[in-house]
Design a protein around this ligand. Sequence first.
Ligand code: HEM
Length: 503
Amino acid sequence: MRNILAFGLVGLLAGPAFAADMVPMTRDNGAPVGDNQNSKVAGPEGPVVLEDNALIEKLARFDRERIPERVVHARGTGAQGVFVTSEDFSKYSKASVLGTPGKETPVLVRFSTVMNYRGSPEAARDPRGFAVKFYTDQGNWDIVGINEPVFFIRDAIKFPDFVHANKPAAVTNLQDPNNAFDFFSRVPESTHMLTQLYTDTIGMPASYRTMDGYGVHAFRLVNAKGQQVFAKFHWKSQQGLKGLTLEQMRTTDTDYATKDLYANIVAGNFPKWDLYVQLMTPEEVEKLSYDGFDDTKVWSGVPEVKVGTMTLNKVPANYFEYTEEAAFAPSNLIPGIEPSPDRMLQGRLFAYADTQRYRLGVNYEELPANRPLVQVANNNQDGAMQSVPRTGNTNFDPTNVPGQPAEQPAFRYAQYKVDGMTQTKAIDKQENFRQAGEFYRALSKVEQDDLIKNLAADLGQVKNEQVKDIMVSHFYRADKDYGTRLAAAAKADIKDVEAMADH
Ligand code: HEM
């Protein structure tokens, strides 16, 4: 009532009068802003004066609101929650987050699509990013995964080319299946991932809630005695898996996934995922017919052990702070979880923190979304926007000054043997098609029909007949029925396909 009365004629012209329940508006230097509706002018008909510092600052800040979008996974949605451990996994890993049943660890999750821009439609034929940051009592641990258990390529050196071929094209700025399949036709290891991606249930999730997540790579778990075992992580949705058909995908709301996730969290219908782990000893990995560190492969037949459950229960208070500024990285590992020799993972260990130093600045780990709950104590210092207070002269180590950060020998990296000549050479056990065929044959008839329809819709647009035939020959090599049906649906030449597959 008081506010309404405060609007006299003057109030209508100049904005509301200040009331007791309002906060004084200030400039960024803390000085009061007197008028936030009218610029300072040189007389009633005169120009705006440069000395209107409040105006200049407001426009200058606005001009700089955008930061570079992620080079991939630009369109995303963040949510917060908690991970509750269900098993004592200390036999395999000294990571405390996996050690004590009932232990609660806060998490930040960011779901995303991969190839298109920050404001692009969410219903894209694209993997979905499934990045989880655990704020553990040993530092932040990130599983930066996707909703398929495998990936398109197996060596980081191919990643920029893979992305260029799949992102909006250099000339038209539109995604073009001609470029994507030109690339994939030369990369037969993509057959398994493409087969999963073009299904309805896995490839086109009906919501972020109704999809699984996978760490994809193997990681090295290390226990307190230094014993090692390799592990793959799998988030299983308690909501079950649900996909969209091609027709539903084409007509769905452009923001369907964010709307669904946030509406459910706000309504108290919190989505949950159970975290499962597969384990293999180095000797078991060695015996596989394929390379166990090849991220185009699943570890089929290896049992999964449940280690905990994640619940998403909060829409972050601010999109920019918890989604744009969130920085997930496969290199954010904690004692007890180390990298495997997976050649993709090895490249990712470098690329994420590198892009984040560019995208957010060198002190990005001080931002609210990225700041660990534990104290950060080291001699890294300075750089743009350093803001955590530092005291004293001892910005070096070793030192004799008491109270300084000290290294902890108990947390040395695990030791393991490596052998052989340096080389730039593809892996030996490639098996580019077998698991794609197994996956296809395990689908129901309806799922196979949908897969072929979805793939043909994109492959059918490829103008270069040779590229199309090579692509179909890859699926033919995975499974003869799959390739034959796809050749008919995408109008590829079955004789060429068979000849190529025979090679
Ligand atoms: C060598 C191969 C790869 C490279 C070089 C690479 C690089 C990148 C880069 C530069 C970003 C942007 C990060 C940022 O700006 O914060 C990113 C995001 C992401 N990548 Fe990768 N990537 C690779 C492979 C993969 C694989 C195999 C997966 C899944 C297993 C994956 C999942 C993700 C996810 C989920 C995000 C989004 C994280 C977020 O929500 O902020 N990437 N990747």
